[in-house]
Design a binder for this molecule. Structure first.
Ligand code: UDP
Length: 463
């Protein structure tokens, strides 16, 4: 054998060893990867949902034990049967959602009065068909499986309480139901479930009155137009398309307190074309007075919806109020987020009273249809009442601190605070020196007055 061929054989041998070593290494690596993948699948699918499942079991079993004496009474004194509604569960499997159908007897009345007819749903939780928190259970006929996200929505068990349900009650309309469900699925876990359940407590107490039938209510002598956000926006848009000069006011607990003492302001609210119930205080007052408020309709939530609907229309907007840099900040926000909105003009709210006529002239000359006035209550509403006719606008709305929020001067409360109706607390903490009295004392005084109105309804004030 020549030297050359020996060298070649040695090299071939080396290459063979090298290849076999690396192919063994590659196979080991692939095996390891497969192994890690199955571990992470096991953690994600089996271990991660475990605390949530244990929590569901613990809570549902405790509820059954606590409520069983009432159920026993019901069972003894009346006849029950189960009512079954087919629903889509996890993985799009169909299960029967259970509730009681009470056939007769006085025990049944007690169960109905205590809203316990839905109690068998706890059996669904125990059996694993449902969870305490999860997307709303849907019937097969409700679900269009072609809708985007609809299948992912069923990657988890449906729940007794959903994030979307809480947001709807708090009137937080950010995104569709599916978008909110997917947001929940992406962030789900035991702690987020506990947070949602805690946030559900005030939502349950304040009640769901979306679509309430009483169209006009009276709270502390103030006539409230009991509309949902959508109805209020529709009404405003209708007025913007026809000649006239309409005034829209938002009434919160602080406004009601001011109007309680200030008869001129009460007269303005009484004469306004639309008085909308703003905030959790009014909702609570509605509950106390057995007049359910349809929805929390406040200017800050309404503004982006209005901008959306005004985009690309002929309606021109004029902004009046707040400091010059704040109103400028709002103008920038509108051009960034809603470039299709036509801005007729804007002016800060710290002008000399001698210049008021000039400001009104500039509004009129701008040809604006919609005027937003942010001087704070009651000044903005009294001002609109006095000068609306001269501005040539079709609708004017008093919007309080809205300019401060959208200009970025003041951050809005985090979502969870708005969901449970304590945005006022966040607002108070931003300017405690100026606002503690308005919120801490004012809220108590408001509730006291509402209770008084409940106990002595004949003594209502009228403007
Ligand atoms: N403001 C104004 N002119 C004034 C007083 C107040 O333009 O003479 C503005 C103030 O800068 C703020 C808005 O009115 O942007 C709302 O004030 P506040 O927060 O007191 O109103 P609320 O929302 O509490 O009714």
């Amino acid at each position: 054998m020549t030297d050359d061929s020996r060298q070649n054989r040695v090299r071939e041998k080396e290459i063979e060893t090298f290849n076999s070593h690396y192919s063994r290494l590659g196979a080991a690596r692939r095996k390891l990867r497969r192994y890690f993948r199955s571990i992470s699948w096991f953690i994600k699918m089996k271990l991660k949902p475990l605390p949530k499942r244990c929590f569901d079991l613990l809570l549902s079993l405790s509820a059954v034990v606590i409520l069983s004496p009432i159920l026993m009474l019901g069972f003894i004194f009346s006849r029950f049967s189960f009512y079954r509604i087919p629903r889509y569960g996890k993985g799009l499997l169909i299960y029967d959602e259970l509730s009681f159908r009470i056939e007769n007897g006085r025990g049944g009345d007690l169960v109905k009065k205590l809203h316990l007819t839905n109690l068998p749903i706890l059996i669904n939780v125990i059996s694993g068909d449902m969870s305490f928190v999860g997307p709303r259970p849907m019937s097969p006929e409700d679900v269009n499986l072609l809708d985007r996200g609809m299948r992912r929505r069923h990657d988890v068990r449906p729940g007794l309480v959903s994030l979307w349900w809480i947001r709807r009650r708090a009137n937080i309309n950010y995104g569709t139901e599916i978008a909110v469900d997917l947001e929940y699925i992406d962030n789900q876990g035991l702690f987020s479930d506990i947070g949602i359940l805690l946030r559900a407590i005030p939502a349950i107490l304040l009640g769901d009155a979306v679509g309430s039938s009483d169209k006009e209510l009276r709270i502390l002598g103030i006539p409230i137009d009991n509309l949902t956000m959508e109805q209020a926006v529709d009404t405003i848009l209708k007025w913007l398309s026809e000649p006239g000069a309409k005034q829209v006011c938002f009434v919160n607990a602080d406004c009601a307190n001011i109007a309680y003492k200030d008869n001129d302001y009460l007269k303005v609210l009484t004469g306004a074309d639309l008085c909308l119930a703003d905030g959790v205080g009014l909702k609570l007052a509605g509950k106390i007075l057995s007049q359910d408020i349809a929805q929390n309709v406040n200017g800050t939530d309404m503004f982006p919806i209005l901008c959306e609907r005004l985009s690309g229309t002929h309606v021109k907007l004029f902004l009046l109020g707040a400091r010059a840099e704040v109103v400028q900040g709002l103008v920038d926000w509108i051009s960034r987020h809603h470039p299709g909105v036509q801005l007729a003009g804007y002016h800060h709210g710290y002008f000399d009273p001698n210049d008021e006529n000039k400001v009104i002239e500039s509004i009129r000359d701008s040809g604006a249809h919609l005027l937003l006035v942010a001087f704070g209550a009651p000044r903005q509403d009294v001002w609109i009442n006095r000068r609306l006719g001269e501005t040539g606008t079709r609708v004017a709305i008093g919007v309080g601190g809205l300019f401060d929020f959208y200009s970025g001067r003041l951050p809005r409360a985090p979502l969870w605070m708005r969901e449970i109706g304590i945005e006022w607390l966040y607002r108070m903490l931003q300017e405690p020196g100026r606002l503690w009295k308005r919120y801490l004392i004012g809220n108590c005084v408001f509730l006291f007055r509402v209770l008084k109105e409940k106990l002595f309804p004949g003594r209502r004030r009228n403007a």
